[in-house]
Ligand binder design. Structure first.
Ligand code: OAD
Length: 297
């Protein structure tokens, strides 16, 4: 194993010699910026959409993010997007986003795979090729009829105009009229074309996996923890442990962490608030001053 015992100190000293840190993130790294996650009871999006489920006769909250529903009727998604203020203008990156940027500045970040569509990671000024937005983003939109593209500003205007956005491109003298779909990946849609090729190469190279702010309920990214080399240390920074119970996850062949296993030498868990955990980790690395400065700017 690359670390001798599964402790935060061991991870910190290992990190100093790492070249290829792979960071997998989810909605939990943006909650301290004021963006709700999906599955936290009470505050998560899925606990707060009952009115849409009633109004549009939907069986589950996930349906709001389903491509099938969007094709049938884009109004429920547009209504939710307006209420959620997607694409979250005026929101600032958190300590977690800056920590990932710092890994990149230090030359040790292989890549950040993020499930988030909030574009907060790129706001830190991290190079584009260091971030893979697995579920797309609100950076652009596409007409479902003629494939015309809208940029971020046009997409934002389209979402907040109060109606389902329709394509204005002129086709034989008339407006196309196709529905505009933000370039996010909905349930039932394919991931970006280069995902499989990029992740499989990165997994092989990865010498430390950091998973932060995700419940790992959604495939295929929840397979990443089990696809890195078996000797690679894995650090989970999350309010609660995830994927530790084989019984709960066998049906989806999801990853398993071994925090509490007596032979565990690779998996380390930092519980509680992500920003506090990263503050602690940065201090152990001697990086806190730098990180604090980035956060303050
Ligand atoms: P979830 O809401 O499922 O999980 C967020 C995790 O972050 C939970 O385990 C929280 O406890 C934890 N968390 C939240 N805030 C935290 C904080 N301040 N400190 C520590 N932990 C915190 O979000 P994701 O895993 O990102 O996909 O969800 C995955 C996908 O499901 C999303 O990309 C979206 C959703 O449906 C699509 O819509 C296609």
């Amino acid at each position: 194993s690359l670390i001798k015992c599964a402790t935060v100190d061991a991870i910190a000293s290992h990190l100093k010699n790492c070249k290829n840190v792979l960071v997998l993130t989810g909605a939990g790294i943006s909650t301290s910026a004021g963006i709700p996650d999906f599955r936290t009871p009470g505050s998560g999006v899925y606990d707060n959409v009952q009115k849409y489920l009633d109004k549009y006769h939907l069986q589950s909250a996930q349906k709001l993010f389903s491509y099938e529903l969007f094709q049938q009727d884009p109004e429920p998604f547009y209504a939710l997007a307006r209420e959620m203020k997607y694409p979250n203008a005026n929101v600032k990156p958190t300590i977690a986003h800056h920590f990932i940027k710092l890994l990149s500045d230090k030359g040790v970040l292989l890549r950040n795979y993020t499930q988030n569509i909030d574009m907060l990671q790129s706001q830190t000024g991290i190079p584009d090729n260091k971030v893979f937005e697995v579920h797309g983003s609100f950076r652009s939109g596409t007409c479902m009829k003629c494939a015309a593209k809208l940029d971020k500003t046009q997409l934002k205007e389209a979402i907040f105009c109060g109606e389902v956005a329709k394509c204005m491109v002129s086709v034989e003298g008339n407006a196309c009229g196709g529905v505009i779909k933000p370039d996010i990946v909905m349930f039932g849609e394919a991931l970006p074309q280069d995902y499989l090729c990029t992740i499989s190469k990165d997994e092989d190279k990865c010498d430390l996996l950091v998973v932060m702010g995700t419940s790992l309920q959604v495939a295929p990214v929840n397979k990443i923890p089990n696809s890195v080399p078996s000797s690679t240390p894995r650090l989970l920074i999350n309010r609660e442990k995830v994927c530790t119970n084989p019984e709960t996850y066998t049906h989806m062949s999801a990853p398993l962490f071994f925090f509490d296993h007596p032979d565990n030498k690779t998996d380390v868990f930092m519980g509680g608030d992500i920003d506090s955990s990263l503050t602690e980790l940065a201090k152990k690395l001697g990086w806190w001053e730098e990180l604090e400065k980035m956060v303050g700017e």
